[in-house]
Design a protein around this ligand. Sequence first.
Ligand code: ATP
Length: 369
Amino acid sequence: MANVRLEDIKRKFNNVTAIEDISFEIPDGEFWVLVGPSGCGKSTILRTIAGLESATSGKLFIGDFLVNNIPARQRDVAMVFQNYALYPHMTVAQNIAFGLQMRSFDPKTIQDRVLTVARSLSLEHLLDRKPKQLSGGQQQRVALGRAIAREPQVFLLDEPLSNLDAQLRDDTRAELKQLHQKLGITTIYVTHDQVEAMTLADKIVVLNNGRIQQIGDPQSIYARPANRMVATFLGSPPMNILPSKFQDNAFDVGGQLLPVADDIRLLLKPQQGQGFDLGIRPEHIYLNEPPRRQGHQEGELGELEVEVKVVEPLGRETLIRGSLVGSSGVLVNVQAGADVRLRSGDRLTLELDMHQLFVFDASTGQALY
Ligand code: ATP
């Protein structure tokens, strides 16, 4: 096992800069998730660590060794891809054994390791099958098994669950987490799925446009996003963003006024008349539901009027999508109880927990509060 350190890594493809200023250090044994929208550079970082791409500049260390010029095969990392990449003519056992045979392990060690790995992934009964006789989830477990059998120093996983259906993805995600807890191998996992990032990671690296936006543990990134991009990327349904103007000590949201807490008012005092994007998560907006409002003092809740556009019952709760009255096109998502009786076209007043409000600079998107 080993720590992995990137120092100012950059990768250009002709004149396209795929990643820039990428620096972080993953301590030995931790599970880190690189997350971000399509094209943000996640796979390029992973492939650079694997040795499948070379950095245009910067330094990459695995353990204490600078590996920029070490070929992929000698880096002692194992990569699992989205498409499994199993050998179709080999059985499950042969697929798992392949990497060990290539490294000239003795037959007894290979046999023992294949069995141990197969047991840890519940594949014992499938060892004689060929990949095409397996389900997608089973194939993915074989791909993981092949990587684990080598006992690499670092595990690299590139969207390994994205070809699985929803239920299988949830199950395999939980298995992966258990496997990491058992093996403790330093793992770097790429996904665009924020649920995978939140549930699996010791630390999340949020990327956008080839640059790191924020690094932190899931809870702190969720609670204190560094900017609007991170705030809206993590969380489902996503954080609501309300364009506003700070005026006369209130936020003017399309003609509707929200009160400003004392500490925010002090912070923004010199910026009267300027635009800010307000952020509030759907779980911090209330319908007229007395139990959820209990405990709030006068003035802690701001009111906004919306017209209901879509009502989505999800069983345990209902997702309401409303359009802000007076601001064309500003949509507000609200997570409400299971038993709400609303229809498209209804008008209602929402109550916002003003203690849970984020304020972003409207042009840079940086979180100000
Ligand atoms: P996705 O989630 O869609 O796989 P990603 O976040 O993994 O995206 P990368 O595949 O790392 O993104 O790509 C980052 C940027 O680099 C993109 O703009 C992509 O078009 C570009 N890029 C990646 N590989 C190459 C290449 N071989 N040649 C030219 N441009 C490339």
